[in-house]
Design a protein around this ligand. Structure first.
Ligand code: GLC
Length: 743
């Protein structure tokens, strides 16, 4: 066992150095090519490779800059003819013919839009997440885009932050697993294939902790917490061979990431031996001036290149000041050479020197059946059934009323960060339900958009509900309310949506609420009112068919929450992997239960909110099915293990209901006593298994000491001997732990 573990460690180190899909020999050859090219480059040409600009078509200034070797990469060009013409200028008219790399944010699909990453995480299906990225790469590369700024793997525990939509949620392990799956999907079997594109692990690092859930805000993360919670997903992408990284906008404890030697050199290069490209975020080098970290653009350029940022996205810092900084001796040309090597290495790995042009096709491979099928499956698997009093799946009915601002909104269902989406290709829930149930469906949105405060449409919606046997209420957020710089201090349902729900409920008809949002919303009252609740994080082009598959029972729901649903915004941050505190919640007296005149000392003194208690509305990992599952007690192959050993934890799950169904089985481990306070439990694995009705499946997880490791007070990392609780459960708040000892 030890030898195989050591071998794996060695292989990981090599993979991280070589980049996905290339051999040592190929790597050596590439380095020789880089040396040869670098030796011919002027300082200006080197600096040009470090400059990334927004595409402006074939305008004369851009053509002149490319010809002069002042541009290394363009983002947001998506026309194949334009891309090929600009590339022709670079390859045939510049002095050294170094190809450009064309980039775009292809975050959850290019034309066929998949669920937002938060929704993909809700599928608990890494293979599906990989397929989603593969489809995105297949479509995007057909236009000449060979670099995407994805996956975003910022652990996000604050639903007020608009960019939680782009993340894989609150958990370290989940972000790492789905981030690595995305890298495999985008980059394919070899980065040099024309259908592969460089992935980009972003935003490095700690962006998900932006204070107050307000975008671009400061992050205060102690180094041990940074290393144990926020950095591991990035390292998982390094092990998966991610071709690039992107800086984050935030500072950590006063140092903006674009100027952080600690992050970009000590962690990324020295500890992780990463040899990919590090690009700034849009203007993040220049933004060190408003951060009050740099006095001017020249100082920003100096600090960023000293911190190891290889490419300046739209900051004009490098192209304006690096030459002067080198010639004045303020920075060594060696630093420039290092950065240019990383840029050239990614271009060589992409095969751009051999194949710089995109094949121009009469028709581009958008919306192919196979791609739409992946999108539909992802929309269904990302749906989380939170409540069901038996109204789902829809049984035989005469009429169904389809209501709500998200029931027929093609642009909103695809969510944020999908520049190239075409809403006319969306299939909305109303369209899909009509396709399935024909004139049994009565569609009356009631509100025209999620923030609509007008009551005019409510009466019509209620009238439709009265004529129906069941109401499907599609509530949630417009796409514009989530994503970058779209933060909300109140994360309840916007507009008059709750009022509309109450009016629908007052008809006495069963109401199924389907929430389509870009974040966890605070919906305790609405969940109480609805007879069933499905949570769908903006599920993409095929949201309609996917959700219809679930509502009808054609697909049994298997989604589980990748993020805690708070009861109230005031509970934030609220997440499952919390610390136990010295006074864990007990003897809870809620605010409405406190008798008038109660003395200060007569209530308990433990950790909870008087007006919310200590539990969220729904916990991380929670999701129902149309069937039921019975988890056996966990068995262990041993109750003790050595640091270089392992043990196997097993659980048999029986499908005790009437539907064949998939179940995301979750492994949690909690360190009972350690030299620093550890979370009560942490997700250490999951396995989504199909269990046929009446049958059982046994799931095994191998536990190793590496899974128990954390950063110690002295900065070293490793597991500590002692007792650990282990759960194999349906979610983060259920199951009975067993205990094992690490010797
Ligand atoms: C944005 C985002 C980043 C994105 C980049 C390019 O500001 O922060 O995630 O990749 O700019 O669009």
């Amino acid at each position: 066992m030890r030898s195989s573990i050591l071998r794996n460690i060695a292989l990981v180190a090599v993979a991280a150095t070589l980049g996905a899909g290339c051999t040592q020999q190929e790597s050596d050859t590439t380095e020789k090519k880089i040396d040869a090219l670098l030796s011919q480059m002027t300082l200006e040409e080197k600096i040009g490779q470090m400059n990334q600009l927004q595409g402006l078509g074939c305008n004369s200034d851009m053509i002149a800059a490319i010809k002069a070797g002042r541009v290394g990469s363009l983002l947001n060009e998506i026309n194949p003819d334009t891309i090929n013409e600009l590339q022709r200028v670079a390859v045939e008219e510049s002095r050294l013919g170094i190809p450009l790399i064309f980039a775009r944010d292809v975050v959850h699909g290019f034309k066929t839009i998949m669920p937002i990453p938060l929704g993909q995480a809700a599928s608990w299906n890494a293979e599906l997440v990989e397929e989603c990225a593969r489809v995105a790469a297949y479509e995007a590369t057909s236009t000449g885009i060979r670099w995407t700024f994805a996956p975003m793997i910022d652990v996000s525990r604050d639903g007020r932050w608009g960019r939680i939509a782009e993340s894989f949620g609150e958990d370290t392990y989940m972000n790492g697993a789905m981030g690595a799956a995305s890298v495999r999907g985008y980059q394919g079997d070899s980065l040099s294939l024309p259908t592969s594109m460089a992935a980009c692990a972003k935003h490095f690092a700690g962006y998900g902790t932006s204070e107050g859930g307000k975008d671009y805000n400061t992050a205060n993360i102690p180094e041990r917490l940074l290393r144990d919670v926020y950095l591991p997903p990035f390292y998982e992408t390094v092990k998966a061979g991610v071709a690039s990284f992107m800086c984050s906008f935030n500072d950590i404890d006063g140092v903006p990431s674009s100027g952080s030697v600690f992050l970009n050199r000590q962690i990324l290069r020295d500890e992780w031996h990463y040899d990919g490209l590090l690009v700034s975020d849009w203007g993040s080098i220049e933004q060190m001036i408003p951060h009050h970290f740099c006095a001017d653009l020249k100082e920003a350029a100096e600090k960023a290149v000293l911190a190891g940022v290889d490419m300046d996205m739209m900051g004009y810092a490098y192209i304006t000041h690096l030459k002067e900084l080198v010639e004045s001796g303020a920075i060594s040309e060696t630093l420039i050479d290092e950065a240019v090597r990383n840029v050239l290495r990614m271009k060589f790995r992409l095969g751009l020197f051999e194949n710089p042009y995109v094949a121009v096709r009469d028709t581009l491979p958008f919306y192919e059946e196979a791609s739409l099928a992946v999108a539909r499956r992802a929309a269904a698997e990302s749906a989380v059934l939170l409540k069901n009093n038996g109204v789902l799946p829809l049984q035989s009915f005469g009429k169904v009323a389809v209501v709500g601002p998200l029931c027929d909104s093609p642009a909103d269902q695809i969510g944020t960060w999908c520049f190239d989406a075409e809403p006319e290709h969306s299939v909305t829930p109303l369209q899909a339900l009509k396709a399935k149930y024909g004139d049994k469906v009565i569609g009356v949105p009631g509100l025209t958009y999620s923030r609509d405060m007008s009551r005019d449409g409510i009466a019509r919606a209620v009238a439709a509900a009265r004529t129906a046997d069941v109401v499907l209420y599609f509530a949630g957020e417009e796409a514009v309310l989530s994503g970058e710089a779209r933060c909300r201090a109140d994360i309840s349902l916007p507009g008059a949506q709750t009022e509309l729900l109450k009016a629908l409920k007052a008809t006495g008809k069963p109401v199924v609420m389907i929430v389509m949002a870009g974040r966890p919303l605070t919906i305790p009252e609405e969940c109480e009112l609805a007879d069933a609740v499905i949570y769908s994080f903006h599920a993409g082009t095929m949201a309609g068919p996917g959700l219809t598959d679930v509502i009808s029972g054609d697909v049994v729901p298997s989604g589980k929450l990748p993020v805690t649903l708070p009861r109230m915004v005031g509970q934030i941050p609220v997440y499952y992997a919390h610390k136990n505190t010295g006074r864990p919640a007990s003897n809870i007296t809620l605010i409405d239960d406190i008798a008038v005149g109660t003395k200060q000392t007569s209530l308990g003194f433990t950790s909870y909110h008087l007006d919310a208690g200590d539990k969220p509305l729904y916990p991380f990992g929670y999701g129902l099915s149309y069937t039921t599952f019975d988890y056996s007690p966990v068995t262990l192959s041993a109750t003790e293990m050595n640091a270089d050993g392992s043990l196997v934890a097993s659980c048999t799950i029986k499908n005790t209901g009437a539907y064949d169904a998939e179940e995301a089985v979750q492994l949690y481990i909690g360190d009972k006593v350690a030299s620093v306070v550890r979370p009560v439990k942490e997700l250490k694995g999951f396995d989504k298994v199909l269990i046929k009705a009446g049958e059982s499946v046994t799931v095994d997880f191998t536990v190793t000491a590496e899974m128990l490791a954390f950063t110690h007070l002295d900065g070293t990392r490793g597991a500590e001997a002692g007792d650990f609780d282990l759960w194999i459960a349906a979610d983060s708040d259920s199951g009975t732990p067993v205990t094992f000892t690490l010797k």
